[in-house]
Design a binder for this molecule. Structure first.
Ligand code: CO
Length: 435
């Protein structure tokens, strides 16, 4: 397969790099820096050069990037996605000796994962450490780049009922085997981070699968990887952001990826925080505008993956409102308002996709299945602008290893490139033009 700048190989590289939200943000920073973007700090004044690109992080696990306006500022074109995925996090006291001279890792679940998919799979650890450097407390990314642990199943001979469905107790069944008595986890982690063992003050460590993603299918039309939800959308929106034409019509294109969607977004760096709304206000004020006056001519795409109709379980989808692999970007609708899409945002985003030659399809849950939630309506509670909830269709959401369609990723890059080159002008409440 040919390696293009934002093709499937580039996506698989990004999925592999983004082992934790901290690593996903670092992977975004690397690409933004290569494209000439300048880092900003929330704690310092923002002196913006017209047309220049900037990015800022919070907790180093959420990131936003934008291009400063060249002309009179009229609005924002924003895409938001999430950097985190369900996994297991290492507890503060990380290990326990158990029967048979073995060392077990103490973990607890982060987000709602398909538990069985984490069993019997070589895993490792990644995240960040806080370390002492002289008088300073610093954070260091860490990734142990070797197979380090496994969560072992119980043999079928000891549980004959295992294939009839299994209730896993997280405190008993899902604790990984990591070594033997006397083994030193911190020595391994310190070595991987390149720091002295006794410099470690604390840690945010998660289990991760280090095996790379893979393209499969008779026509290479599918791919399998960890963390497709939601790093496929993070990378697809970033690729569109970096590929778009220079902004015109007084628009600020803004790329944003939040941590903690999988636990409800309620942290200082999550979508319920002021990370995005305060950046929008600062950019507006720097351009001499009141932020509130820019909201009507701004637009937010909340990009978080969607459920594809399952080949073995089509009955779990609403037959007339289902989305399918490789049939394009999914626009999500829900009467409950768990999705921010409405007739206005659907019409505006569909028009942008039409101009981009990017296929779209529409998803609504079966009326007796509540489905999941996402960050669109959480974000618009902070920033009241027209918003659409979209995603790419995938199977096995929240499995340790998920599946999606190769062609759908290409559609997202096309659509977001067009989106970030466009403007939405409000001519009065309920009246819009797409430029
Ligand atoms: Co998601």
């Amino acid at each position: 397969m040919q390696k293009t700048k934002y093709g499937i190989d580039a996506l698989l590289d990004f999925l592999s790099e983004g082992k934790t939200p901290f690593h996903a943000v670092a992977a975004c920073e690397k690409r933004l820096t290569e494209a000439g973007f300048t880092p900003l700090s929330e704690g310092e004044a923002w002196n913006l050069t017209p047309g220049a690109g900037y990015f800022v992080t919070r907790n180093r696990s959420s990131i936003l990037a934008f291009r400063a306006p060249r002309d009179e500022l009229r609005g924002f074109m924003i895409a938001a996605s999430h950097t985190d995925s369900p996994t297991f996090r290492v507890k503060h006291e990380p290990t326990a000796e158990v029967a048979g001279g073995l060392l077990r890792l103490n973990v607890e679940g982060y987000g709602g994962m398909i538990l069985s998919s984490w069993l019997d799979r070589p895993l490792t650890l990644a995240g960040r450490l806080t370390v002492r450097e002289g008088e300073a407390i610093k954070t260091k990314l860490v990734f142990v780049d070797r197979d380090l642990l496994v969560i072992p199943s119980v043999a079928i001979h000891l549980n004959r009922e295992v294939n009839k469905g299994c209730a896993y107790n997280p405190a008993i069944d899902l604790q990984p085997l990591v070594g033997s008595e006397g083994g030193d986890l911190f020595a391994v982690v310190a070595d991987a981070a390149g720091v002295a063992r006794d410099a470690i003050l604390s840690f945010d460590l998660s289990l991760c699968d280090r095996s790379p993603g893979a393209v499969f299918g008779l026509a290479n039309e599918f791919f399998s990887s960890s963390r497709i939800d939601d790093l496929e959308c993070v990378f697809g929106t970033l690729a569109g952001f970096l590929s778009a034409d220079a902004p015109k019509n007084g628009v600020v294109p803004l790329f944003c990826a939040f941590d903690n969607e999988e636990t409800g977004s309620g942290t200082r760096q999550g979508a319920a925080s002021d990370f995005l709304s305060s950046a929008v206000a600062r950019i507006a004020r720097a351009a001499g505008k009141e932020p509130e006056r820019l909201y009507p001519s701004s637009f937010l795409v909340s990009a978080d993956n969607a459920h594809a109709r399952h080949p073995n379980h089509p009955e779990l989808s609403d037959g007339a409102n289902a989305s399918d692999l490789n049939r394009g970007i999914v626009i999500k609708h829900a009467a409950s308002q768990k999705y921010a899409t409405d007739a206005v945002s659907d019409a505006i985003f569909s028009e942008i996709c039409r101009r981009a030659d990017a296929p779209v399809q529409h998803f609504q849950n079966r009326s007796d299945i509540p489905g999941g939630s996402t960050l669109g309506n959480i974000s618009t509670a902070q920033l009241p602008i027209n918003s659409v909830d979209i995603g790419l269709p995938q199977l096995a959401m929240h499995s340790a290893r998920e599946t999606a369609g190769v062609r759908d990723f290409g559609a997202l890059v096309l659509a977001m490139t067009r989106f970030f080159s466009s403007a939405v002008v409000c001519d009065g409440d309920g009246e819009y033009r797409v430029l």
